[in-house]
Ligand binder design. Structure first.
Ligand code: GDP
Ligand code: MG
Length: 163
């Protein structure tokens, strides 16, 4: 069967935006309110003839900050258990947060490939803002803009290379 790719990351970083762009179908809900994606959604995707299934893991309810953290750890663990590769998305505009560190700590414990993707890099001028994400210990951050479809091809090249 097809390899599974899970998108993990804190609310509002742009997971569903990327998911919808790659799938070319608006199936998960994108909102400005953090954490509105209701459930895990699976979608078939393809890049350069390589087929895979993507999971948008944003669907665990977030209410208090406390719950966000619990939900994110759960989300990351779920991805580790279920996926063949993990796409860990961070917000290139806001920079590293403590929950990014928490999730990174969970993801560093798997041998499955983890791709660190810094979203919201809407212009090349902002690429330098992604360097601080090296501190997450997950390798080189790949700058993208899911909303403006920037560098998605390079990111998908890197993704299918590790499937
Ligand atoms: P999720 O909670 O991680 O699934 O995030 P969403 O995909 O729902 O996006 C959260 C917000 O970020 C929405 O308002 C999106 O329009 C916005 N967003 C997503 N990608 C980008 C991007 O590349 N650049 C900018 N500036 N905003 C983005
Ligand atoms: Mg979402």
């Amino acid at each position: 069967s097809k390899p599974i790719v899970a998108i993990v990351g804190r609310p509002n970083v742009g997971k569903s935006t990327l998911f919808n762009y790659i799938g070319k179908k608006r199936v998960s809900i994108v909102e400005d309110t953090p954490g509105v994606t209701r459930d895990r959604i699976y979608m078939d995707a393809e890049w350069l003839g390589r087929q895979f299934t993507m999971i948008d893991t944003g669907g665990i309810e977030f209410e208090t900050n406390d719950k966000i953290l619990t939900a994110m750890r759960h989300q990351a663990q779920l991805a580790i258990d279920e996926a063949d590769a993990i796409l860990f998305m961070v917000d290139g505009k806001t920079g590293i947060t403590s929950s990014d560190h928490e999730v990174a700590a969970v993801l560093r414990n798997t041998r499955k490939p983890v791709l660190l993707v810094a979203n919201k890099i809407d212009t090349i001028k902002n690429v330098h803002e992604t360097y601080e994400f090296y501190n997450l210990g997950l390798g080189e951050p790949i700058p993208i803009s899911a909303a403006n479809a920037l560098n998605i091809g390079d990111m998908l090249d890197a993704l299918v290379a590790c499937l």
